[in-house]
Design a protein. Structure first.
Ligand SMILES: *[C@@H]1O[C@H](CO)[C@@H](O)[C@H](O)[C@H]1NC(C)=O
Length: 181
């Protein structure tokens, strides 16, 4: 039966296939668009303070958590990651270190969302960690951590991709000073 309904059905099916092929092509082609992102992050100071972690933690008796407060600088140019299939970038700074009990520790210190190419050049100093820097062992004894800049590229269509900068030199955590409540 070659009536109107059958024709409409065929046209619709063809259009849907064509749209999916196009979206697939966009998704695949944006994986091969060349880009030269550059980024570095470093710490300018680390202060370790003892305190009580009372936001999500219920240990109200002790004040033996050691908080590390860092000040960092970021120098990055991620503008080449913006193309027609880039919706936004999720950019974050990770501190990596190992301790005798936990070999691989990664803590996010700071993050941001970049929605425009013109905002993708980050040159900032004096950034404090957004998130509390506390080790699972509660102490920062003999810890050396490096920091690196990471980014997720969120596309309009297709796969989220990931990149990172090289890790900085290792930074030694100092002995604690002061009391923080
Ligand atoms: C950064 O620290 C992690 C954890 O200690 C380590 O595996 C990695 O090799 C370090 N990277 C550099 C470049 O030092």
């Amino acid at each position: 039966m070659n009536n109107l309904q059958n024709r409409a059905n065929a046209v619709l099916a063809f259009s849907i296939s064509a749209i999916f092929c196009l979206l697939g092509a966009i998704a695949l082609s944006s994986l091969v668009i060349p880009s030269q992102p550059s980024g570095s992050v470093g710490l300018d100071s680390i202060k370790v303070l003892t305190g009580r972690y009372d936001k999500n933690w219920v240990d109200y008796r002790t004040r033996d958590n050691e908080f590390a407060n860092t000040v960092m600088h970021i120098d990055a140019d991620l503008s080449s990651l913006f193309h027609w299939n880039t919706k936004q970038l999720f950019v974050y700074v990770v501190a990596e270190y190992s301790t005798p009990t936990h070999l691989k520790n990664e803590i996010v210190l700071w993050d941001t969302i970049i929605k425009r190419k013109s905002a993708a050049v980050i040159r900032k100093k004096g950034i404090k960690n957004k998130y509390s820097l506390i080790d699972v062992n509660k102490k920062w004894t003999n810890v050396n951590a490096n920091v690196s800049l990471h980014w997720n590229i969120v596309p309009y269509v297709g796969f989220m991709t990931y990149g990172r900068s090289q890790a900085s030199e290792p930074y030694a955590f100092p002995l604690p000073s002061g009391i923080q409540t």
